[in-house]
Design a protein around this ligand. Sequence first.
Ligand SMILES: [Zn+2]
Length: 259
Amino acid sequence: MRVVYFFQVQIYFLLIICSACESTETDKTKTDKIIPESQTKISTKYSKDFLLGKFDYRTHSDFVLVSEKWSDKEIYLQKDTYIAFEKMANAAAKDGIPLVILSGTRNFLEQKVIWDRKWNNLKTTTKDEIGITLKILSSSSMPSTSRHHWGTDFDVNSVEDSYFLSAMGKKVYSWLSSNAHNYGFCQVYDDKKETKRTGYEVEKWHWSYMPISTLMLDAYINQIQYKDINGFQGDELASNSSVKIIENFILGISKSCRK
Ligand SMILES: [Zn+2]
């Protein structure tokens, strides 16, 4: 009798264990179907504050200080952006092309200082606030909407068109145009007249690390709404039909960078 009872108990426990295995497997399959892996990565990795530049990159664990070999300023970039930049800059140096970073990550507060200063200066000369907004956007980003918030974008060598028309500037730009894509970088603000994109003017100095910035742009479009863009002079104009900062500027990048 005892032997029969022992086997009955064993079979009972085996049944419990097997049914537990089966339900775990079924639940996992169900979850995979509901939330694709790519979406879970985007929604969990990039918080709204991070996308809007509302954090301190100096203390953020994903950011590193750029070596003085590549810049004489205190500049931070996301680690993977910086690793790729160093590979590119070393290759460029071997070809006689110097690359110096002038600007990297700027957070919301730093962009707000730039924006509000320009706004207050222009406000003394005109009451046309849409005109003021568009004038500032011809050379600066609106706080909460700058790709410089992300640590994936930087400016190299000069932010003047005249430099890129000089002999050295032409050599640098030609090298970047031919080689930057091999390291993951793309010129997001190319010539609007040629490519028909909207938004910022051409910036031959501004390069973006697409393996991360593409994910961040997708996360931005998924998570950020106009009500999240605020805290600076004229912020209510971000959604104005003459501005439409998300549609015209955030999404106004070169199509060749979106492939
Ligand atoms: Zn830039």
